[in-house]
Design a protein around this ligand. Sequence first.
Ligand code: GLC
Ligand code: CA
Length: 580
Amino acid sequence: MSELKWWQKAVFYQIYPRSFADTNGDGIGDLEGIRRHLDYLQDLGVEAIWLCPHYPSPLVDWGYDVANYTDVAPEYGTLEDFRRLLQETHRRNIRVIVDFVLNHTSDQHPWFQESRSSRDNPKRDWYIWREGRDGGPPNNWYSTFGGPAWEYDPRTGQYYYHFFFKEQPDLNWRNPEVKRAMFDAARFWLEMGVDGFRLDAVGTLFEDPALPDQTAPMSYEEWLKRWSAAADEAERERLQRVRQEMFRYQEDLPEVHDVMRELRALVDTYGDIVLVGETEDLAYYGNGEDELHLVFNFPLMKAPRLTPAVVRANQRERLAGMPPGAWPCNTMGNHDVSRALSRYGDGQHDLEIARLAAALMLTLRGTPFIYYGEEIGMRDLILTDLSQFRDPLGRWWYQVERELFGTPHEEAVVRGARFGRDKCRTPMQWSRGPNAGFCPAAVRPWLPVHPNHAEGVNVADQLEDPDSLLSFYRRLIHLRQRTPALVAGDYLPLAEDSNEALVFLRRLPEDGQACLVAMNMTAHPTQVDTGLDGWGRCLFSTDRAERREEALRELRLAPFEITIIELHPQRQSHGAAEHP
Ligand code: GLC
Ligand code: CA
């Protein structure tokens, strides 16, 4: 296991700084709040932190509209606070990666202010400016956040391009000066000692310079409506193809791989730095060594239901599709999607299902990324008052529902709240006390706290309870850390005809350690034939005694049981393991 890099072994934890912990009483999380909870993270077994954007920003897209790449947002602290946080995190052997937004800046960034000031400003070509066509935008491209991808700027009589909100103008990556400036920003944080970057929206860096019209058969609003109503997998796949057609000139152009290779070469000169891309496209691994180190397994996160067949198919496809040397990366949630428990919970076995999601992430091959609060079972908070919406996406969808689809106000609010991303960004729930211990009692947090913090969904209560979800995460993370096969072993599916249980081996080469992982993903007992002979020792289980000897062939699994058994080195037959 020693030859693996730190980022292959580490359990990552994503922090949304605004929502983690407020220490100065303004209702907004801050860097000091993160620093004060490092003991918590260390005890949980976290070995690396991904910080969502900590840069100065006018907050249209809540930090993903960066106004200065080499500073800290004043409400989060100062560069000095950042250095201190980094130091203290490192002292605990926890690494820190920061979010890096390459595709666009804020419209308040001085670069854009200059660029828009006149047609012959030296920074004009740092962004994408074009003449209109027939009194309208240059072509029919959409912004992924709704409406046209072009914004008219009366000052100079041209349009600029934005893949996201109009306050997030796209940088022109065909201009070498842009690349130089952004790489300098990367160097700034690397010099300070950060351990890597989560690269935002990498697929959107380039667009077709000829600006051909897209030819999708429906409007984007119509597409989104159908997507949210899609009844089955076949419909979703069909719609996925329509979306690809709609954005084909704006996403995943081949040129982006040149930038990834150059960025990789740059970070490689700083030692063991990691690049994680916000993409699921395996092409971003390059040849396995020359582009990104990690690409998220979003298809697993987006699976509408977790079943053994879904997970097996996902693993088959992902692992076979990766170039040699590439390393997988699994996650169950982030700041853009519904929380795992809200997606997968059935209202009856939520704790069990949350455990399954965690166990998948922590036992499948690859680096796990936990989203803050997931470890205590935080859920989406669906705001019912439009005035509380913070994410403009939620407000936009409310308008679309009202104006385009004629949805009544109350229903439109709920749909807007579900569409927007406030739901998964609410304050971390530290205790059952006022404001869940996120900020002082008298203060109003920037987003409301989920009321379920008073019903056990909080850190303090769960730390005390050995049967809590938090204790489960902690126990499994710690087991993972001392069990090389669970980190470095390959993945070998067993009992592939079972619709109830997911069973697989994680196995080191030659006669190294091998672990059998078995999860019953249903609410009834089941039995599987693993195809393995011999015995093993139980390392971890929701239902059976640990350290006990278990026969490997016929496994009876209790409802939602999760069990990990270490095979005995000599006694089990490797032949059977290889050819189940
Ligand atoms: C990424 C971020 C998302 C943001 C978008 C634009 O998708 O995860 O939060 O809105 O990029 O920067
Ligand atoms: Ca604060």
